[in-house]
Design a protein around this ligand. Structure first.
Ligand SMILES: [Zn+2]
Ligand SMILES: [Zn+2]
Length: 243
């Protein structure tokens, strides 16, 4: 009885996400408007390669993700020397997200580093699939207290097992992955941020997993999460978590 209730409650929490799967691919070296890892980034006239404000070295271009729904391209640079975690007291500019509205090959401009990048990811093309995602146990409470209460009622000793079984029954994605949208799957527990401009709670935008194929490793097999202000859509916050 409670299990049926749990299953139907979970259905209402399901969100769609885009899952990115990588394949090492020399054609990803060239700049493009598509989702990809490494190689040269998408840039537009007036852009130059961003440098870290702390160590002054040029940032590493990690990846870009095409958000077809919003017709925008998310481009992510990171400083592997300073290795920011997204903490409050970190200097700004150790990572950069650029958001391009309606990216196009007409607007595309080449930008290049002046130095070699020892941390450069292996260029990878990306295949996307639409997946369904549920919150992880850590963040369930803030999404639906009803569901977490129900899990506790059914299995007081280990409610998270009850929840994980229920997630498995839904057929939703049940592993770490690089995702656009959906829910974050945390390694270390929930993260919350407020917009520096308007103090609104930021919402999950994307997560970038450690990706073997691109030779990207966030600490010890961690992930990088991005949150965004619902109002100020180019206001992002990064959080790195690892084991
Ligand atoms: Zn740096
Ligand atoms: Zn805001």
């Amino acid at each position: 009885m409670s299990k049926d209730k749990l299953d139907s409650l979970l259905k209402s929490l399901v969100r769609k996400a885009l899952k990115l799967e990588l394949k090492a691919d020399k054609s990803a070296l060239a700049p493009s408007c598509e989702s990809k890892f490494g190689g040269l980034p998408y840039a537009e006239s007036g852009d130059h390669w961003p440098s870290c404000r702390t160590c002054k070295k040029e940032l590493t271009f990690i990846n870009q993700i095409l958000d077809e729904e919003e017709q925008q391209l998310f481009v992510f640079y990171y400083c592997n020397e300073c290795f920011p975690w997204g903490l409050d007291d970190e200097e700004k500019g150790q990572w950069v997200v650029k958001l391009y509205k309606q990216p196009s090959s007409k607007k595309l401009t080449d930008i290049k580093r002046s130095s070699e990048d020892e941390f450069a990811p292996v260029p990878c093309s990306v295949e996307t699939t639409s997946v369904e995602v549920l919150p992880d146990w850590e963040s369930l409470d803030s999404v639906s207290e009803e569901v977490s209460d129900l899990c506790c009622k059914v299995n007081d000793d280990s409610p998270w097992e009850e929840y994980e079984d229920a997630v498995e029954r839904t057929g939703c994605l049940d592993d770490y992955a690089t995702l656009l949208g959906g829910y974050p799957r945390f390694v270390q527990g929930e993260a919350e941020f407020v917009c520096p401009k308007c103090s609104a709670e930021m919402v999950f935008y994307a997560q970038v997993d450690s990706e073997d194929e691109a030779n990207i490793m966030w600490g010890d097999v961690g992930l990088v999460y991005f949150f965004r202000c619902p109002e100020h859509k180019d206001e992002f916050q990064l959080e790195l978590q690892c084991h």
